[in-house]
Design a protein around this ligand. Structure first.
Ligand SMILES: [Zn+2]
Ligand SMILES: [Zn+2]
Length: 336
């Protein structure tokens, strides 16, 4: 048997598997890439072959156009593919639609590159599956003990209550265009919200893709197609960058809301002038990260993008061999 340490390495382009001659989520164009999910810091255009779930390939197509790579190779969750001398399979990661952990086996050793993940239920993502392995590669976006997320229902009830209390105010909700937007919509439908969602133009295409793939978001109306004065008392969704720019200025009596894991940090909410911060995250919080290390049970843990130090410290205390991978090019703000 050979240990993944011997055949997985950090290159400038990203994590590289030598027996399979491919990179996972490379930050530069490469000949063959395995992509864990569609967020822009993981899924970049310009690769030769891209191996990913069909959903991730469809997301990249919407974001970058049909020429985003030279060759697309879809792989279903649970399917196994031989790539060179490595075997690849994809396991659900629970992060967003199509998100997957790359399970890579070679010569009796196995590594799981989990990409981004969370453990809470999400109507738009298949639930995370723990896969036994020798090395587990984990994100560390919210890897500090202060990050403990409340329930999604408790957060969304705050929004529904505010709509009841402030009937004349347009509730402008900042959401990342891929994942958070559609998750918030589906969770609000589950809680009984039946009115249309009014959306910024930048959200339309991705919502259409979710609809095409069978996710029922309900009635969606582009803000550009209605009289803005009629939006008092309604929910308007927009990317976070639009909350404070000219686009939102003509909306009536705006109450600014934002749904993000970062809303747990008050200074961030204030910075964005958010009146109603909703702590809704698509990443594992501190407790979920630690629970996941235990569920997976890998003796060795590699830690990347985020608060590597805190998670490395606690992993070693819990008896794992831990190593911080200094992978560059991963932004903390996309789609958390
Ligand atoms: Zn992500
Ligand atoms: Zn990420």
């Amino acid at each position: 048997m050979s240990h993944p340490r011997e055949w997985m390495s950090v290159r400038p382009e990203g994590l590289y598997c030598s027996p399979g001659d491919f990179h996972v989520d490379p930050v530069r164009a490469v000949a063959r890439a395995v992509i864990t999910h569609g967020h822009s810091d993981h899924a970049r255009p310009g690769h030769g072959e891209v191996i990913a779930t069909a959903e991730t390939l469809a997301i990249m197509d919407v974001r970058y156009g049909s020429g985003f790579c030279a060759r697309r190779t879809p792989l279903d969750y649970g399917g196994v593919m031989d790539i060179g001398h490595a075997k690849l399979s994809l396991a659900p990661a629970g992060h967003i639609l199509g998100s997957a952990q790359a399970v890579i086996a070679h010569d009796g050793g196995r590594i799981v590159v989990s990409g981004d993940y969370k453990r809470r239920p999400d109507p738009t993502a298949r639930a995370f599956e723990a896969v036994a392995c020798d090395v587990f590669v984990t994100e560390a976006t919210f890897a500090l003990p202060v990050f403990r997320q409340p329930s999604v229902d408790a957060e969304l009830v705050k929004l529904l209550t505010s709509l009841e209390l402030f009937k004349d105010r347009c509730h402008l909700v900042g959401v990342y265009s891929l994942g958070k937007c559609q998750r918030v919509m589906m969770e609000l439908r589950r809680l009984g919200y039946a009115k249309p969602f009014f959306v910024h133009g930048a959200l339309v295409k991705m919502c259409e893709l979710y609809e095409d793939l069978g996710y029922r978001l309900g009635e969606i109306v582009p803000v550009a197609s209605v009289d803005k004065a009629s939006l008092a008392g309604e929910i308007v969704l927009a990317p976070p960058s639009a909350l404070s720019d000219r686009w939102s200025r003509n909306l009536p009596n705006v109450l600014t809301v934002m749904a993000s894991g970062w809303m747990q940090i008050r200074a961030r909410a204030r910075q964005r002038m958010v009146e109603l911060p909703l702590v809704i995250s698509d990443h594992a919080d501190w407790d979920e990260l630690i629970a996941t290390l235990k569920d997976v049970g890998a003796p060795e843990v590699w830690i990347t993008h985020g608060r590597e130090d805190a998670l490395t410290y606690i992993a070693e205390k819990l008896g794992y061999r831990a190593r911080a991978l200094s992978l560059l090019g991963f932004e903390e703000e996309d789609g958390e």
